[in-house]
Design a protein. Structure first.
Length: 196
């Protein structure tokens, strides 16, 4: 029993490391710049979703938290713009740690619907909307205070348009790709089986 449990832990750790690496590469390249700003990645969060789906939300959260720390490290230059310690804490928590960590909950609907693809899409949409909420708050509270937008829009309007434009596209692309992958031989991987 302990041997199989330790084997599962090793598998989870190795797969998490691989998925974090894939997600990080996808988050950096290729990135599509959008007209209002922000960058659209192609399924950079899907590897984190897969860990949550295969191993459960607890292990998914640990994997996603590790990914969030890596994203914080890669984006640490944004901290230089904080006008106060409170703003810096807001950037750390709401632009990096919380929004990426919540992706680890993407497997929360597994086994709760008739069609696993529906559960997967619900998990992706729910967690990505939580991520959007975090970015919306910092866009309104921090970034609009530092750089008011050139359109003269109020902070909340600009933040939801800016962050919503790339997050809506991320949700649509990730849900579509995840749904499609569940209809291929990779469905075995989603189901927790080995790939051979």
């Amino acid at each position: 029993m302990s041997h199989s449990r330790s084997h599962l832990t090793v598998r989870w750790l190795v797969e998490s490391a691989v998925m974090i690496a894939i997600g990080t590469v996808l988050s950096e390249f290729p990135k599509i710049d959008l007209p209002l700003g922000g960058g659209l990645t192609i399924c950079s969060m899907l590897p984190l979703v897969l860990v949550s789906w295969r191993y459960g939300c607890g292990r998914g959260l640990v994997c996603a938290a590790a990914y969030s720390l890596l994203q914080l490290l890669l984006g640490s230059n944004n901290l230089q713009y904080a006008a106060s310690a409170l703003m810096a804490a807001g950037i750390v928590l709401l632009d990096y740690l919380v929004p990426y960590t919540v992706i680890g909950l993407a497997g929360m609907f597994k086994g709760r619907t008739h069609d696993p693809r529906v559960a997967l899409v619900l998990g992706i949409a729910s967690t990505f909307l939580l991520r959007l909420l975090c970015h919306f708050i910092t866009g309104w509270w921090i970034w609009d205070a530092l750089w008011p937008n050139e359109f003269g829009w109020t902070g909340p309007v600009y933040s939801i348009v800016y962050n919503g434009s790339y997050m809506a596209a991320e949700i649509a692309i990730t849900c579509t790709v995840a749904w499609a992958l569940c209809s291929t031989p990779l469905k075995r991987y989603f189901d927790g089986e080995d790939l051979r």
